[in-house]
Design a protein around this ligand. Structure first.
Ligand SMILES: C=CC1=C(C)c2cc3[nH]c(cc4nc(cc5[nH]c(cc1n2)c(C)c5CCC(=O)O)C(CCC(=O)O)=C4C)c(C)c3C=C
Ligand SMILES: [Fe+2]
Ligand SMILES: [Fe+2]
Length: 354
């Protein structure tokens, strides 16, 4: 009998008493984002940052050296500073961070798109690498709901060990805990996917059409990672450069109208350069740019790093250096073209399974 044709709750004729309920015949699409604190108070921030910054894919120092520094110094002060930044962007109505709100909106739209294509065979949900809802919980829920196969979709356009790989690691850790492990696939990075590039280009065109004066340069600001990670083989830097080039080509622009920078440096090591906060000041001071736009193509949704860091700190750096107009272009969030792109990518990764 073809198991995939069974209904979700097939009766078990010869089952021993107490036999667990068996559900099958579904396919899970599990969208994964980075995570976000449950609140902006000290303890919520400490819990979240503690989990995040203990991940050796994110910070790869020996735990014997790193943990005393993290637990003793960093986690006593940073939760206050980051908590204040989160407070300034918090979605008070929903009682959650913007990243949580936007991820939910994306999942709702993905559900509609998957239902339209595949009916109720595909169960769509989301999980976070750090914090809630956890990857462990969601993988277990999908298996219990009858998902015999799971497509795991990290929502990072560019691959980085610190994001895509650690999301996948956590997915596999969750599978390790199951007696009956679903078959699985992980969706690769989509930094050069024409549908993602098209969604980015449309968002730039919309912002430029709405601007009173056309920006002189578009700064593509990607989240940074230590430069050492690139030297050790992480392709993130190259994928970011390629996204910018493809975006420029799609827009039909010359090289001087667009540039790539990296933000959110953490700790004393050198990170990928140029640093956004310095580069926007240099553009104003040395190149005489008065009017710039900034976009953050590595983020699938707006979050602390875009709403607070780019739109507050980095804007300030530009203005203090003499800049006049700073247009922040929002992330693709639940934009229709973005959701269509993600739905197409998900459907391609479901191929052969449905
Ligand atoms: C310390 C090392 C960090 C590395 C390496 C890093 C890589 C990295 N991060 C993202 C995406 C996001 N990061 C976010 C927040 C955030 N990132 C770090 C540190 C590193 N990130 C910290 C400490 C924080 C917390 C905020 C703070 O205290 O400054 C977020 C936002 C989450 C939110 O709730 O809004 C995202 C998204 C990428 C794409 C990346 C490497 C490619
Ligand atoms: Fe980060
Ligand atoms: Fe490179």
């Amino acid at each position: 009998m073809n198991m995939m044709s069974q209904t979700p709750e097939t009766p078990l004729p010869h089952a021993p008493e107490g036999h667990p309920k068996v559900r099958m015949g579904k396919i899970g699409l599990l969208m994964a984002n980075l995570g976000t604190p449950d609140g902006h108070d000290y303890w919520s921030m400490r819990r979240y940052l503690g989990e995040f910054l203990s991940d050796r894919r994110v910070i790869d120092y020996s735990p014997f050296l790193w943990q005393p520094l993290l637990q003793g110094i960093i986690l006593t002060s940073r939760p206050f500073r980051s908590g204040a930044a989160y407070r300034s962007i918090w979605n008070n109505e929903a009682g959650e961070s913007p990243l949580a709100t936007i991820t939910k909106a994306q999942v709702a739209k993905m559900k509609t798109r998957m239902r339209a294509r595949f009916g109720d065979r595909v169960m769509v949900d989301y999980c976070m690498r750090y914090g809630n809802p956890s990857t462990m919980t969601k993988v277990a829920e999908m298996q219990a709901a009858g998902c015999e196969r799971i497509v795991f979709f990290p929502l990072y356009p560019q691959y980085a060990g610190a994001t895509s790989a650690t999301a996948n690691d956590q997915f596999f850790r969750a599978l390790m805990k199951l007696k009956w492990q679903p078959s699985s696939r992980t969706v690769p990075a989509y930094f050069e996917d024409p549908r993602y590039i098209e969604a980015l280009a449309q968002s730039v065109e919309r912002a430029y059409a709405a601007a009173e004066i056309e920006p002189e340069i578009l700064v593509c600001s990607y989240h940074g990672v230590p430069k050492r990670y690139l030297m050790e083989g992480d392709p993130y830097h190259c994928q970011c450069q390629k996204t910018t080039r493809l975006l420029r080509e799609r827009l039909g622009w010359d090289k001087d109208r667009i540039t790539t920078t990296f933000q959110s440096k953490f700790g004393p090591e050198e990170w990928l350069k140029p640093y956004t906060v310095e580069e926007v000041a240099r553009l104003a001071r040395e190149d005489g740019k008065r009017n710039i736009a900034v976009i953050a193509p590595a983020f699938s949704s707006d979050c602390i790093e875009t709403l607070e860091e780019i739109n507050e700190e980095i804007r300030e750096s530009f203005e203090e250096a003499g800049g006049e107009r700073f247009a922040y272009i929002p992330c693709l969030n639940d934009d229709e073209a973005h959701m269509d792109a993600l739905a197409d990518i998900a459907a391609e990764n479901l191929a052969g399974w449905i």
